[in-house]
Design a protein around this ligand. Structure first.
Ligand SMILES: CC(C)(COP(=O)(O)OP(=O)(O)OC[C@H]1O[C@@H](n2cnc3c(N)ncnc32)[C@H](O)[C@@H]1OP(=O)(O)O)[C@@H](O)C(=O)NCCC(=O)NCCS
Length: 313
């Protein structure tokens, strides 16, 4: 117990965590929960042995964090548990720090109250092969560049390959999370797609994480839209019988053009959610005079064509 009823959570708390996810009607398949448990810092609000609330922090490098899995048991809401967990989690890392998240309609007022502001809109796209039976064939017949590769992660990649992918994501997106990328190796039937003949020559990549007949494509990191299209086509070839999802951030690029290209591949938008950000400065620094490091909302154009997922962004 760290602060009253708050304590860190571990894999041993999985039953309580799964219960809260179910109560919120969030579909988090087991490999994804495993990835969250392997790579996130979890805090829970525990009362009489029951887990009543939870939150996860994921590192994004350079004092940046994403926040996910914010859920409070329906019987314990509007008692300040989520706000206390958020403050506790954000105070647990040293300032200056930037926190980012995707808000649901329930979380939005809470985050506004704490000081988060809107920074992006994230469009969730879905592609069901049953919707357009002919499409997969057309995609299959379209020639994906012979230089592209698809690597099954059941064959572990050398550390140098993961290091290359992590630094590529850092260069193109300002996000540095080598441990999280590497942890994906534990995901059953995961694929890595790249735009080159080898991982270490790749200048763009996409992870394909299938579970329960669904596959999430992301992160999709690419120098340009044409490369991103190629990555998605290749990913669909490898995982074509699954319903595919992509979460597309729309603030930093000509998102409409990218969304149109995805529509041409059979994706349709199923919802849009606000992404939000909060910058914490050191106590002695005034918010008007931000500390060293570039705040997330003044970074150079982001070349993420798809997020990793809703919790890790
Ligand atoms: C969102 C959620 C985590 C809030 O948990 P909570 O413990 O009830 O939130 P708190 O009691 O700490 O609320 C703090 C403040 O946020 C705002 N707030 C929280 N829930 C709200 C709601 N349903 N409607 C309007 N404002 C709300 C209020 O300003 C509240 O302060 P107040 O009660 O003094 O008015 C909870 O409703 C939940 O688990 N929802 C389902 C999962 C989900 O959508 N999570 C958010 C993911 S982004």
């Amino acid at each position: 117990m760290i602060d009253g009823r708050i304590r860190t959570l571990s894999a041993a708390d999985s039953p309580g965590i799964i219960r809260l996810l179910q109560l919120a009607e969030w579909i988090v398949d087991w490999p994804r929960l495993q990835l969250y448990l392997d790579t996130g810092t979890w805090y829970g609000w525990v009362d009489g042995g029951s887990l009543l609330g939870m939150i996860t922090l994921f590192p994004r490098g350079e004092g940046r964090w994403s926040i996910g899995n914010v859920i409070v048991h329906p019987n314990a809401r509007r008692q300040g548990i989520a706000r206390t967990l958020l403050e506790f989690a954000m105070n647990s890392v040293s300032a200056p720090a930037t926190f980012e998240l995707i808000a649901t309609e329930f979380g939005y007022p809470l985050y506004r109250q704490i000081g988060f502001v809107d920074c992006d809109s994230v469009v969730r796209l879905s592609r069901d092969p049953a919707d357009k039976p002919g499409l997969l064939g057309r995609i299959r017949n379209r020639r994906v560049s012979s230089a592209a590769f698809g690597a099954a992660l059941s064959q572990p990649l050398p550390a140098s390959h993961w290091a290359h992918l992590a630094s590529l994501e850092q260069t193109l997106c300002g996000v540095y999370r080598p441990q999280i990328l590497r942890a994906v190796q534990r995901w059953p039937n995961a694929w890595l797609v790249g735009d080159s003949d080898s991982v270490t020559n790749a200048s763009g990549f996409c992870l394909c994480l299938p579970a329960d007949g669904r596959v999430r494509l992301g992160p999709i990191v690419a120098q340009d839209e044409d490369t991103a299209v190629e990555l998605v086509q290749h990913a669909l070839e490898l995982t074509g019988s699954n319903t595919a999802f992509i979460d597309v951030p729309t603030a930093d690029r000509d998102a409409n053009a990218w969304l149109k290209r995805l529509a041409g591949m059979g994706f349709r938008a199923i919802r849009t959610s606000p992404a939000m950000v909060l910058h914490r400065v050191r106590l002695q620094e005034s918010p008007a005079n931000p500390p060293g490091g570039t705040p997330a909302d003044s970074r150079p154009a982001d070349r993420r064509f798809g997020l990793f997922d809703p919790a890790m962004l």
